[in-house]
Write a protein that binds this ligand. Structure first.
Ligand code: DLL
Length: 444
């Protein structure tokens, strides 16, 4: 399967032409589009105009791409405070689609698209799919939720634009996912990595070996997933599993996508201009340094975003990719600046826990982090499922694995946390983004 996957992924597809623009042309295009976006946003969005004025920056000051650092940031709270329509840069009559993201707290954020915005979104999704090796003739199972979430419709239109066949099954109904994957001879798929793992697990329970099906490629994202998670998915499904990055505020999926070489997603820079800043100081960091990803949309009409702080932590990779794309890459996103947990004074990210757990044999890629507070002290319990073989082992073997995991976590996190080995299938499966952290701490 991988040999066919390789051939498909490396064969040039015409939709990918903009991925290979000479850098000088790309930068000229970015500057032209940036200036047009700024003009449009300044003229139509009060919040942006006032903020520019307060910052003492004029549109004429932005003469080169590097001048972008003079512009003020946009943050998620701006979308909440102007809910629902306050950041639109065009009349409502030009808007043809709305999506919303619930977030974890407070009001949802609303995002809007004109006809042109949808065309751009579709084109970047087609480019993402082309780089995953999807082609006309592929049967594509779209297991992302359809609805206000951007995953379902984002992939849907990309697959159609590429001329492949989309099955709009959406998330959930896992037995049917497995049946359709087998009966419709599905060759390509998208889902959140955690949901796809669940599909694989159901397939095994139904006596179906996905490695023997025609499935050969998949685009996964909408939540962090580690390299070890990728390796487990690829081995269990016999496919290539590519990263797909995006966020509703910028467009949805299709902001960046990996190519055959899987060395971090290429940013579709002709539409989304990336920067990395130090989240504390707000200053741009030298290239290659880790920090918070900031994105400016270069062609959005309905709701342009100027220097939007994504909260996603990554680094920009400028080193050329063997695929020949001139688009810069980002390191795969393992964490957000706001998903940091502070346990007994130590900073902990769920992604570190995933990496430590999955490096140990006998664990399954299903885990959950439970936070409680006892006598004012934070406690963290990591529950992880273990394989049926391990689970039916003798107590001694279980104790040994438990200790091994506690030590692995202590080495990674720098604090000792408790580990519970739980039966396969005992942690709740999600149909979309996995909920890794259950916070039972009461505010004291
Ligand atoms: O999750 C868009 C999407 C759909 C991307 C399907 C990929 C596939 P939101 O619901 O607005 O949009 O959530 C965006 O999810 O800021 C990241 O924190 C996280 N995220 C998205 N893709 C990845 C990824 C969609 N590949 C937020 N790796 C983002 C890690 C990701 N985190």
């Amino acid at each position: 399967m991988i040999a066919t996957a390789e051939k498909a992924a490396l064969r040039f597809h015409p939709v990918s032409a903009p991925d290979y623009l000479p850098v000088a042309n790309l930068q000229q295009l970015q500057l032209d589009r940036l200036q047009a976006t700024l003009r449009r946003t300044y003229d139509n969005v009060e919040l942006f105009r006032k903020r520019m004025q307060a910052h003492g920056v004029r549109l004429e000051d932005i003469r080169t791409l590097d001048d972008i650092v003079q512009l003020p940031f946009t943050v998620k709270a701006d979308l909440r405070e102007t809910y629902p329509y306050g950041l639109f840069a065009c009349p409502l009559s030009d808007i043809v689609r709305l999506h919303a993201s619930s977030g974890t707290t407070g009001k949802p954020i609303v995002v809007a698209y004109t006809q042109d915005d949808l065309a751009v979104w579709t084109s970047v999704m087609a480019r993402a799919l082309a780089s995953y090796g999807v082609r006309s003739g592929d049967i594509f199972q779209n297991a992302h939720g359809y609805g206000l979430f951007t995953g379902g419709l984002g992939f849907h239109y990309g697959v159609e634009a590429l001329g492949a066949t989309v099955i709009p099954i959406s998330g959930g109904n896992t037995d049917r996912q497995v049946m359709i994957m087998r009966d419709f001879k599905v060759t390509a798929i998208c889902a959140t990595p955690s949901y796809f793992l669940h599909v694989l697990e159901r397939a095994a329970e139904m006596g179906i070996d996905v490695r023997e099906l025609p499935l050969r490629t998949g685009g996964f994202g909408a939540e962090p997933w580690s390299e070890s998670m990728r390796r487990r998915i690829e081995a269990a499904a016999g496919i290539k599993a590519y990263d797909c990055y995006g966020l509703s505020e910028i467009t949805g999926p299709g902001v960046a996508a990996e190519c055959w070489f899987q060395r971090g997603p290429h940013v579709f820079e002709d539409h989304f201009y990336p920067e990395i800043i130090d989240p504390e100081t707000g200053r741009n960091v030298p290239e290659g340094t880790e920090g918070e990803l900031v994105i400016t949309t270069l062609s959005k009409q309905a709701m342009p975003m100027i220097r939007y702080r994504t909260r996603d932590i990554t680094a920009l990779i400028t080193e050329p990719c063997p695929c020949g794309r001139t688009l810069r890459r980002i390191r795969r996103i393992g964490r957000r600046s706001d998903d940091m947990l502070i346990i007994r004074g130590v900073n902990v990210f769920p992604s570190q826990i995933e990496a430590a757990l999955l490096a140990v044999e006998g664990t399954l890629p299903h885990y959950q982090i439970i936070l409680t507070r006892e006598k004012g002290l934070d406690q963290m319990e990591v529950q992880v499922e273990v394989t049926p073989e391990v689970f039916s082992d003798r107590i001694r073997a279980l104790v040994q694995l438990n200790n091994q995991l506690m030590n692995a976590l202590e080495q990674t996190l720098g604090i000792r946390v408790s580990v519970s080995l739980v039966e396969p299938r005992s942690i709740q499966r999600s149909e979309g983004k996995a909920r890794r952290v259950i916070d039972r701490r009461r505010l004291e």
